[in-house]
Design a protein around this ligand. Sequence first.
Ligand code: ME8
Length: 558
Amino acid sequence: APPASPADKPYYVTTPIFYVNAAPHLGHMYSMVLADVFKRWQTLLGNRAILCTGTDEHGIKVQQAAALHDMDPKEFCDENAEKFDELAQLSRIDYDRFIRTTDEDHIQAVRHFWYLLREKGLVYEKKHGGWYSVSDECFYPESQLVRHLEPYTGAVYMASAETRNKVEWVEEKNYCFRLTELKGALLNFYEKNPGWVEPAYRMNEVVDWVKNNLEDLSISRPVQRLTWGIRTPDDPSQTIYVWVDALINYLTAARVPSLGPDESSLGGWPADVQVIGKDILRFHCIYWPALLMALDLPLPKKMLVHSHWTLNKRKMSKSLGNVVNPLYAINRWGVDTVRFYLLFEGGIADDADYSNNTLVVKYKKYLQWGFGNLLGRVTRSKLWNLREIVVNAGAKEVPSGAQRSTPIQEAAEGFEKVLADLAPTVARHMEQLNPVAAIRQIMEAGGQVNEFLTQTQPWSLVKSTDPEVKENAERVLFMAAESLRISGILLQPFLPDKAAKLLDTLGVAQDVRTFAHAVPRCDFGYGVPAVNPGRCRDDSLFPPLIEDTDVSYHGSFK
Ligand code: ME8
């Protein structure tokens, strides 16, 4: 097949690939869900989009974890990679490739990348001494270390100031990448692209590090210390550094031509948005662009850096064990409830503390009493038939220049404007990679409609003998139905299952669920006969949550 032209390039979204040293927790699900929303949003807009996620399987950390379990590293990885894949599937992550760094095509891509770096003369051999953290899989410059006192054991050791993880002094032969030669190019790139990192303030940290702490990067380890990894193609005594191996995963799936032809290529490089946690900022915003620049490859267009989920105000972490088991949460609350909570409350700019209680409160307010209630109010009344309302009120001309404007008419007009603005506002938030603001906007709209209905009381007017009163009441009901239809369309990337069910309940046809249809008065084909008319509460879409379990229980990993 001929190479895809830039115009054919799909919108390409990535998640970090996760270490398989332990089972996944809610933080990993969060990165996956954010990336998934970006992909599904593009699909909603009618663009072709691809998403890659997967597992980071090599390195000392995984090697040690496998040894601890007395397992062969590959078998250990197989077991844990499956858990991440299972999480992705249960979280409804619409991925195109689940990449594992032990996949053959990835190993080839990494070797090839290594070869190209050598060709460029950017790699040299050195006896390297430095402070290494196995937990963080990186060396730290002396200026970034502190003496750490372990509160429980009283042990004192050197640790990273940032992560508080222990470092050890190692001295060995390494290959080094001439990162310092790219200092000027990096600073120049940051200056020209201040919006490259979202939220933009994170760029300060990046620029500061490049200005003050940049050193050449050690990119291999002696086999004695690291056997579990990709051997350097030209020196069997060395293994390629796990972070170089891992970062290249983003190219493996998209397969840039310089890494060799590949039939199964998804295309897509450069990535349009790469989702990462703030803990891996330096690797993605310094080393990654530098490695790409070294090979004259285009850089990703945007990096979305999110903050952390904490539990009892401490970062959820596999090493600490203070984690929420996402499979337990999905099983307990339902996948879209967890997605909703993560997206609505999740911290992009700031950390967010996980709480079962907050999840329940928000669910009740926005989904159960918000959309669920609204849906019941609109579709379940004995007083009208939604199909007739849509046909009658929908097909009517928008009343212009209200000559005999009544309060209800004015309210309906104001409301129609709010609805017309909803999709463009949500789209603007999504363009700014802010799904939190986007979903909040949709939820707010749901609340407004409920209030509007309470104020205007169309159910007491719809049977009026005064045709004008009746018409206004129908118009209000039509607008309420439109708000559900439009919100349902816009919610698809966020809550895929619930949004589909909402649109099904309204009778919206499959082919009119695109972004272009998220405007008032563009679809008069929906409206189904009410199921169980008269039962105002519609619990089938957002049923009450089972709250009888311990609020502080977050699932075990046994
Ligand atoms: O760093 N809250 O893998 P990792 C939110 N393999 N997100 C969290 C989180 C939390 N408490 N904890 C983890 C690695 N994450 C490398 C990445 S990429 C080429 C290699 C998410 O298993 C967040 O996205 O430690 C973070 O960046 C990622 O998981 C790190 O996962």
